[in-house]
Design a protein around this ligand. Sequence first.
Ligand code: FCB
Length: 418
Amino acid sequence: MMNNNKVEKFYFGASSSAHQAEGGQRNDWSEWEIRTATGKAHNARNRPPTGGWPAYILERHPNPLEETNYVAGRAADHWHRYEEDFDLAKELGHTAHRFSIEWSRVEPEEGRFDERALAHYRDVVRALRARGMEPFVTLWHWPLPLWLARKGGWESSAAIGAFAKYAGRVAAYLKDDVKFWIPLNEPEIYANMSYLNGTWPPQVKNPLRMLRVLSHLIRAHRAAHPVLKGINPSCRVGIAKNNIHFEAAGRNQWNELLKAVADWWWNRLPLDLTNDTLDFIGLNFYFHNRIDGWFNRNRNERINDIGWELAPESLFHALMDLKRYEKPVYVTENGLADARDLHRAEYIHEALRAVKRAVGNGVDVRGYFHWALTDNFEWADGFWPRFGLVEVDYQTLTRRPRASAQAYKNLIERWPNI
Ligand code: FCB
């Protein structure tokens, strides 16, 4: 008989991040939002997507034509409503929850750590534990404290030591309550969006600067690792890595070559460079990319509200690609913007079937976190993309679980018979 004591249970839950859900931030991102909101609303009016903005988006508030859409402000007010949100998560059958700690709250000035912010996050963690949910804690989910942004943010090598120090402070405070740490969320997405294509703050478009930022982020992860382990040797440290299922169309050697390069550069290199410090891999999965002469010739038979192809079955391939690392894998994000909740239930079902298939094929998958628990602020797009299992009315801040949240609960209860 198998020794079940050794087998960790499979966690089901949802993810969130501080800037997107809490509200009340003061960081480099919040300042940038205020500076750019008018221009973004203007662009949305003058350069709408092909076919125009659909009515089901415009009839909601905030919508892309409104300036308020682009300023996170009080967001979903999760800072004050986390207990209500966790009650919902528990009712929805979740056994774990991933969230992030906001660096700018914990260290609002260089070297000054705010006890009240730390105490708040301890309450958050304990609120999860009280409901029987395992916390998965991300230490950096993109925004930076203003003092660090002024020093050059991740372009400055000073950020590496500063991050390790911050990580140590948080870990020392929460060491009895947190087992799973994720120092960084998607360093590769951040480096690309903020330093290569210039979409996110500080809106740089420079490949060399992007590489510098990426290398500092990897060094920051590596610097945080011994700090976290030094505080609690039995904690588990991972990374949340956005991997893409690259697929070469046909039996074409050029497509195969592009796929090999893309797999190496995007999917493997950041993991190879952190591998010796990873107890587990967190996979954030959203994208399938069909290569046919060039990247991203997707068929787009089903797309979500922000135009991303829906390819939940591709999760199987992304998971199989991680088998080589021989580590536990948690799907730390996976989801879709779907304001009408038309596709979400089916998407989750297909994604979980992909997880099950990967497990059957020898990948040690141990959890699935849907993005997101509630609707929240989606970076440069703002509030209108609706990723939540739970709908948020941004006028009243009332929460209402979508039908797909119930469907997810049913799958959790039936697992692995889905
Ligand atoms: C991921 C981010 C997360 C959210 C989803 C939609 O790349 O980690 O914060 O914005 O995309």
